[in-house]
Write a protein that binds this ligand. Structure first.
Ligand code: PGA
Length: 260
């Protein structure tokens, strides 16, 4: 495998601090077995301080699910990059479709957040993806390339290793309706090609692009086997340690298989 795979959990709006502690305590020893996989857990702000503390000096990357691109000021309800760093976050999901659809985040806001995260040395996991209507109307690529393009315009000289993209078709999120591994490979391969055209082959070869949308232990191996898929962003199946550990194992197996 050309790039180090990443398995990222997206807890969304789930878990109290106590539940987060129990989960993290269960995950830490298991994650260190997967030596060739980056394991990240993106948790609610309320649990981030504790998860960041527990994950310090461990194989697990503590991550947030959102932040705002200004560093401080009159932005009621928001959290900044320095605040994330302060509590040990090393990654952040940016532009998740739920943020775009429920909270009105625009492509421009997403691009500014991605840029700010990179500057702050926090790894942004930038989500892109089309709705069912857009896919049915043959406009998947128009939508996805537009979303990727806006982010790329803001990234200046950042290297491919300083950002992660996640292709998450909206119709596959939380529905049990996973994209076929061919669809995932098709979209992710095209995103990588576009990044090659705009940022150069070095960037395209090192940037990690994850798939997200109803990834579970039963379908992970097939998705992870696709050439351009570098891991997964997982919601529902990341909420239990056991099933998330299985997914991390699938990523580890995919590395072993390409090494053979
Ligand atoms: P899901 O969510 O795995 O529950 O479909 C993925 C995501 O929204 O990141």
């Amino acid at each position: 495998m050309a790039r180090r795979p990443m398995m990222a959990a997206n807890w969304k709006m789930n878990k109290t601090v106590r539940e987060a502690q129990e989960y993290t305590a269960g995950l830490l020893p298991r994650a260190s077995d997967a030596k060739e996989v980056d394991v990240a857990i993106c948790v609610p702000f309320t649990s981030l301080h504790e998860v960041g503390r527990m994950a310090e000096n461990s194989a697990v990357i503590a991550g947030a699910q959102n932040f705002y691109y200004e560093d401080s000021g009159a932005y009621t309800g928001e959290v900044s990059a320095p605040m994330l760093l302060d509590v040990g976050a090393r990654a952040v999901i940016v532009g998740h479709s739920e943020r775009r659809e429920v909270f009105g985040e625009t492509d421009e806001m997403v691009a500014r957040k991605a840029k700010r995260a990179v500057e702050a040395d926090i790894l942004p996991i930038v989500c892109v993806g089309e709705t069912k209507e857009e896919r049915d109307a043959g406009r998947m690529w128009e939508k996805v390339s537009g979303q990727v393009g806006q982010v790329v315009d803001e990234l200046d000289d950042a290297g491919g290793e300083s950002v992660v993209f996640a292709y998450e078709p909206i119709w596959a999120i939380g529905t049990g309706d996973t994209a076929t591994s061919e669809d995932a490979q098709d979209a992710i391969g095209r995103i990588r090609e576009l990044l090659g055209e705009t940022k150069g082959d070095g960037f395209a070869g090192s940037v990690r692009i994850l798939y997200g949308g109803s990834v579970k232990p039963e379908n992970a191996a097939e998705i992870m086997a696709q050439e351009d898929v570098d891991g997964a962003l997982v919601g529902g199946a990341s909420l239990e340690v056991e099933s998330f550990v299985e997914l991390v194992g699938a990523a580890q197996n995919a590395v072993a298989q390409t090494d053979e």
